[in-house]
Design a binder for this molecule. Structure first.
Ligand code: SF4
Ligand code: MG
Length: 303
């Protein structure tokens, strides 16, 4: 029999500052991720933001393999949050069709959270459609004959999904270096109703080859260099937020080399490679129709 709550969401008000964040933890010790894993932090913050009446599903990937155990129980008849998480391999590559299908179903109250560590990390750091230009992975090792094996630009997953699913009510990009903002985007996505999508950039010490203590700093640098813009698209309206908003309003971006050269996966980069990477990021801000979001340009008519 249909219940009256069948299509209702829980209303999750934003946390007004870090002191208002609830203290309950649902992602507890005992997981098996690497030291300094930012994706584990995303899982912890995601379920903390969602609260106790939540079901989390996952496709295979680091967070599935390292975190899941099987439990049984009976559910109460009341609105619940449904979150499906996936990695960049599982979501931005293999599962893209399934995500696209979900985002066309207005009646699905659900959140898909893509944690992007920029490789197939769980199976030993293979190249994915989200791997940045030139990065060293097990499928793209630099060599003396060919320095750069991977020469494709990273897929613009959040922008593509927002642009292509006009009835999807909410798409956002997040980074756990800005934890309260990240949790509030999760709460908004779960409250708004309908299918929603969040793309999280997650520094990965193993795949990106850096000291685990740098995870937080690298997340900040990804935003401050303009490589990964923070924005939300709510009912078709784009809003940049946080340090990305400041960049849109004129704040200088940090040079990409400050981010790239802290990671062993770019250790083979020459000045030419750094210059190319900087040029591509500059284009995102200076030439895209909506900076950092939509990569179209208007045709300039020549009279
Ligand atoms: Fe986390 Fe990367 Fe280790 Fe996977 S490989 S558990 S994403 S640090
Ligand atoms: Mg991955």
């Amino acid at each position: 029999m249909a219940e009256t709550f069948a299509n209702a969401t829980q209303i999750l008000e934003p946390f007004k500052g870090v002191k208002k964040v609830t203290i309950e933890e649902y992602f507890t010790s005992g997981h098996r991720t690497c030291q300094g894993c930012e994706s584990a932090l995303v899982m912890k913050l995601m379920v903390k933001a969602a609260g106790p009446r939540t079901i989390v599903l996952g496709s295979t990937g680091c967070m599935y393999v390292a975190n899941t155990t099987m439990t049984k129980g009976k559910m109460k008849a009341e609105p619940i949050n449904v979150i499906a998480f996936c990695g960049d391999g599982g979501g931005a590559d293999m599962g893209l069709g399934a995500i696209s299908a979900t985002l066309t179903h207005k009646e699905y109250n659900s959140l898909i959270l893509l944690y992007d560590n920029e490789s197939y990390a769980n199976t030993d750091i293979q190249l994915s459609g989200s791997t940045p230009y030139g990065a060293n992975t097990t499928f793209s090792p630099p060599g003396s004959v060919k320095r750069l094996i991977h020469t494709r630009w990273k897929k613009n997953t959040a922008g593509m999904l927002a642009a292509g699913h006009t009835e999807c009510r909410y798409v956002a990009t997040v980074c756990a270096s800005y934890a309260v903002e990240m949790m509030n985007k999760v709460r908004k996505a779960l409250s708004i109703g309908g299918p929603t999508f969040i793309h999280s950039l997650d520094p990965c010490p193993k795949g990106w080859d850096y000291d685990p203590m740098l995870s937080h700093e690298l997340g900040e640098l990804a935003i401050e260099t303009g490589i990964f813009p923070l924005y939300e698209v709510e009912d078709g309206i784009v809003r940049h937020y946080g340090k990305t908003k400041a960049i849109v309003e004129g704040r200088a971006r940090k040079p990409v080399r400050e981010y790239l050269l802290k990671q062993g996966r770019f250790a083979h980069f020459t000045e030419e490679d750094l210059g190319y990477f900087q040029k591509k990021v500059d284009e995102m801000w200076e030439k895209w129709e909506i900076p950092g979001v939509i990569p179209f340009r208007r045709e300039v008519s020549v009279k």
